[in-house]
Design a protein around this ligand. Structure first.
Ligand code: SAH
Length: 212
């Protein structure tokens, strides 16, 4: 009950910050964020900020998860979505409630193992596939994707991700230096080009090369 009240307050805050899509708000309401973090952080689970998940990484702020998901859903019909940066799997689980299939790539094995167990065995999602890999290269075997969502910031958009985006598809990606000016971008692929829009300034952990 306490959690339901806390989640309802979180939804009110997201609405106040401009999140409108009722499906996105409902998915966040339904997602038990406390199950994605360490017990010691329990009291912060529904506060609207990022929290540590180990290995120098963070669970994204709910507002950013909502904003990225809403932006992704606004422009395309999404059957398959590629997510780069599984982390604890919170964004993955919100996405998996809203699209047919999620392919999620993570470069830190223990984070991936924990997220896979949580989402598959505990929460019983059957529409998510995971891969231990450097997401800079995407996941070519299942391409093209209607949507690509990147939860760590490269300095430039990786070419492989542009190549794996379907025509008519949409990519949401933070771009910029670590601790420098980063922008959340929306890239739409048309038949002839990639259209780029800036959503807002953000602060993400870096997209790193290689696996760990
Ligand atoms: N949405 C996640 C955010 C985690 S932080 C959550 O809410 O938990 C970003 C994640 O991107 C980290 O787990 C980090 O290890 C991962 N990451 C960074 N560079 C990567 C790369 N090249 N390939 C795959 N994952 C990467």
């Amino acid at each position: 009950m306490i959690q339901k009240n806390a989640r309802q307050r979180l939804i009110e805050r997201l609405k106040a910050r401009g999140i409108r899509n009722p499906n996105v708000l409902e998915a966040i309401y339904q997602t038990p964020r406390h199950q994605f973090i360490d017990d010691a952080l329990y009291t912060h689970a529904y506060a609207d900020h990022a929290l540590p998940i180990g290995y120098g990484q963070t669970i994204s702020q709910p507002y950013i998860v909502a904003l990225m998901t809403e932006s992704l859903l606004a422009s395309a019909t999404l059957h398959s979505v590629l997510e780069i940066g599984t982390g604890c799997g919170y964004q993955t689980s919100v996405l998996a409630q809203l699209v047919d299939h999620v392919y999620s790539v993570e470069r830190i094995q223990p984070l991936l193992d924990r997220a896979t167990d949580r989402l598959t065995n505990i929460m019983h999602f059957n529409n998510i596939q995971f891969k231990y890999s450097d997401g800079t290269w995407g996941w070519p075997e299942n391409a093209p994707y209607d949507g690509i969502l990147v939860t760590a910031a490269p300095e430039q958009i990786p070419d492989a991700l542009l190549d794996q985006l379907a025509i008519g598809g949409c990519m949401i990606i933070p771009v910029g230096p670590q601790r420098g000016h980063q922008e959340l971008l929306k890239i739409i692929r048309t038949r002839t080009r990639f259209e780029q829009h800036t959503i807002e300034n953000v602060n993400f952990v870096p997209l790193r090369d290689g696996i760990s």
